[in-house]
Design a protein around this ligand. Structure first.
Ligand code: NAD
Length: 336
């Protein structure tokens, strides 16, 4: 059974990916410094997976912990989730973001070279497209200037990977551009754990429903969209996790020195107001929300063209928006 290093594996997307990997017969080895997660996630993973995943508490910028892991395990590949992700904070503390997000990737690539590990799946984001001129966005849609230092770290990490592969490095790399991950494991044992006031819509919705926030503000209802609110492509985190397993399988069949990029979304846009309405319907409750002013810099609408990942990786989403919003709420209820 192949061992795969998951950096940031105690986090939201990484923990769900560990579950899906284990179901696919891969052995997840988790490295996380717990800067945005909790060690209790590892115990929760044990409850879901039936065994405790191997866990190292450490910083991915620290080559000594990577060397230790390399000595103790024969790794077949790496999924690199570890990064800081708060857009707002990144504008206040850009160096923190550049150091962690760019630094950890380079330290990791060095480690992979030393150990002769070829395969890497990198967590990128649809933020690299900014507000696209044409929808849906394909992987060849031009990337735009980033709106934030966080967004720029994703763009620059992609560039680092492209340049590295161009240098004839013996690696096989896929960047997955995630759209908007939502939902939680259907068992409600793991899910998103926002630190402080959530940056993302769905945790804000669930916290409002739980009474932890007074009300949700919908930023703008007179955009040029179906109902005037912003539109996003919401992808269930279990489907997103599955894309990583498919990407690893696909890398295994490529020759050394390979790079490609895939969108991971549903291929459909849903508006913020549709999310609110669907959340209310599927969970049989009323949400306290108001319409507020538009936020400067918000992307008005974006959704993915998913033909490439459907065709090449054979990946298709299985969960609906209803599933996502039910699972998110079930997870939130365990946090009360
Ligand atoms: N959640 C989203 O909306 C979204 C969208 C697009 C891309 N992404 C990217 O996906 C990845 C995972 O996101 P997430 O939502 O699971 O975030 P998360 O914060 O829940 O998980 C990231 C994990 O990485 C850990 N970490 C951070 N820096 C580290 C370091 N130097 N060494 C070891 N561990 C470190 C954190 O403790 C955390 O557990 C990130 O790279 C993020 O930028 C997320």
């Amino acid at each position: 059974m192949k061992k795969i290093l998951i950096t940031g594996g105690a986090g939201y997307i990484g923990s769900h990916t560990a579950v899906v990997m284990a179901e696919a017969g891969l052995i997840p080895i988790i490295l996380d410094d717990l800067s945005n997660s909790s060690e209790s996630v590892i115990d929760r993973l044990e409850e879901i997976m039936g065994y405790k995943p191997i866990f190292y508490k450490g910083d991915c910028n620290d080559s000594s912990i990577l060397n230790k892991i390399g000595k103790e395990h024969q790794l077949a590949g790496v999924i690199h989730f570890a990064a800081f992700k708060a857009v707002g904070e990144s504008t206040q503390e850009p160096l923190k973001y550049y150091q962690n997000n760019l630094g950890s990737l380079m330290v990791l690539l060095d480690f992979m070279k030393r150990e002769g590990i070829q395969d890497l799946v990198f967590s990128s984001s649809c933020t690299v497209y900014g507000q696209p001129d044409v929808l849906p966005v394909t992987e060849s849609t031009p990337r735009k200037d980033a709106e934030s230092p966080y967004g720029n770290t994703k763009k620059v990490c992609e560039d680092i990977l492209v340049d590295y592969v161009k240098s004839k490095a013996e690696v096989r790399v896929i960047s997955l551009r995630y759209f908007n991950p939502v939902g939680a494991h259907p068992s409600a044992k793991i899910g998103e754990l926002p630190n402080g006031i959530p940056n993302n819509l769905v945790p804000f919705v669930t916290q409002t429903a739980a009474g932890l926030r007074e009300k949700l503000t919908v930023f703008g209802n007179d955009y040029d969209t179906s109902d005037g609110s912003c539109v996003r492509d919401f992808i269930h985190v279990m489907d997103l996790a599955d894309a990583h397993v498919k990407a690893l399988n696909y890398l295994g069949g490529q020759s050394a020195n390979f790079y490609d990029v895939f969108n991971v979304g549903t291929g459909h846009g849903n508006s913020v107001l549709e999310v609110v309405e669907t959340f209310e319907n599927v969970n049989q409750l009323k949400l306290n929300y108001e319409i507020g002013p538009k936020r400067p810099g918000d992307v008005v609408q974006i959704w993915a063209d998913t033909k490439k990942i459907n065709k090449i990786l054979g990946w298709f989403p299985k969960y609906s928006l209803e599933d996502s919003l039910r699972d998110s709420w079930n997870w939130q209820k365990t946090l009360k």
